[in-house]
Design a protein around this ligand. Sequence first.
Ligand code: N01
Length: 529
Amino acid sequence: MAELDAVVVGAGFSGLYMTHLLRQRGLSAQGFEAGGDVGGTWYWNRYPGARCDSESLSYSYSFLPEIDLAWRWPERYSEQPEILKYIAHVATALDLRRHFRFDTRVTSAAFDGAAGLWTVGTDRDDRVAARFLVMATGCLSIPNWPAIDGVGAFRGDSFHTGLWPHGGVDFTGKRVAAIGTGSTGIQSIPRIAEQADQLFVFQRTANHCVPAQNRPMDARTERAYKAAWAENREKARHSFAGDVAPEFYIDIMDLSDGELETELDRTWAQGGFYTQYPYTDLFTSREANDRVAAYSRRRIRDRVNDPRAAELLCARDHPFGTKRLCADTDYFETFNEDHVHPVDLRATPIRAIDETGVATADRHYDVDAIVYATGFNAMTGALASVDIRGADGAPLREVWAGGPVNYLGLAVAGFPNLFTVTGPGSPSVLCTMVSPIEQHVEWIDRCIAWMGDRGATRIEATGEAQAGWVRHVNEAADATLFPEADSWYVGANIPGKARVFMPYVNGLKVYRDTCDAVADDGYAGFAVS
Ligand code: N01
């Protein structure tokens, strides 16, 4: 059996950078990737309208200034093919593909305490041993097929947005059911509606949504950003959300109604996440949040002609932004089209899917295709899908049955030399993703180098440090409105999943400082031998 320094699972932004750093240190690293090529999320999510809700100029590696400065993003928010092109370019430039086995899913990983090695197995019968195991498996990579009776019975075409066919899908002339109105549904529904003959949008919960205000890349903005590239990148690294947008300088509750209206008009015109970055009390004061939510509903009513449809599309059951905020392009106007029909699943729940379509409480919808925009088993799903066994043989999925526990979102007590990138307990999904990915990967790289320098071969989070971190992550979340929503952040989208708020809400800067302090302190909270 091959014996390596490290195995890296996943060839998205995280796994590629991790592999690059390990190889730069002269360590042997084998990567495995279930997809046929690099890209991670951007390899799988090819649904119509798939686009990044983070600004293109911030959504790339900061450790490659030459590529970054030369790269031309066509739009403010990049479409999936553009991002995949960028990742593929980086993989080629750094010659990273040769370190990966593609079309290969890691199925098991067990730590042998005596040898101090992980034995990793795949669905293609690979078996390799490695000192370190880095799970760079992404936060949103295990598609959630909803638990609806008869999902497999449908005789037309079924698509999950997270497993979209590479050749694309032509819905021209088709009757289509779209189930799910989160970020993905909101991006894809307008594009599907452009082709479909009839489109039925099955909505269980209206989500808060702001206009993306996507547009072709503005040449002046790009020039200004690149002229101050190093400062911008440094600012993003030490920001709350890994971005350059101005953050937290306005108390909503200090503003009169008129002032707030003007202020929100301004941020809505900027679009996207700019609508949540400036506000200090948006996620801590229900009253402040309610005022923004009310404004957002008014803006939707302005866009949807049919008042009943407009009311249906207005989010009410959770505070603004406490489910991941959606950003739309033409979503609400789509419902002004005669062939687009919203279906209110609160009033008429889906009873079953059958051979010919979708049966709700009050009627049957005959369709040719069903699109499931039903999300993912987020943050823990990919880790739980691998049979990972720690030093005493305990399976990670059982250790996490009551909710994920770890130290710094990076390491789990009882699982030596295992690192997770952007796992639960880290700010990850609350940020522009590439920034926390770089922070995690660089921290892991530094840790492995530090161990090498002092001849250490084993590092493991202590139970005490882990308990303290889990407590801190929970307390931080409980000081906000986030846990109120039935979101994937708390696992509420997966039946039976423990309800725990998984991301770390105090932001990237605080998190980075904490992780750096732990490292500076000789990896406090870890047992090293
Ligand atoms: O998934 P979701 P998503 N019957 O879980 C509905 C990221 N992302 O793929 O709210 C009927 O948010 C469910 O209804 P409800 C981003 O972080 C990023 O849209 O549970 N409906 C909901 O409407 C995002 O948050 C970008 O009541 C069912 C929908 O399906 C994350 O991916 C772009 C159902 C699922 O929404 C996930 O977004 C797109 C059922 N049984 C996405 N089960 C970027 O910008 C579920 N639903 C990078």
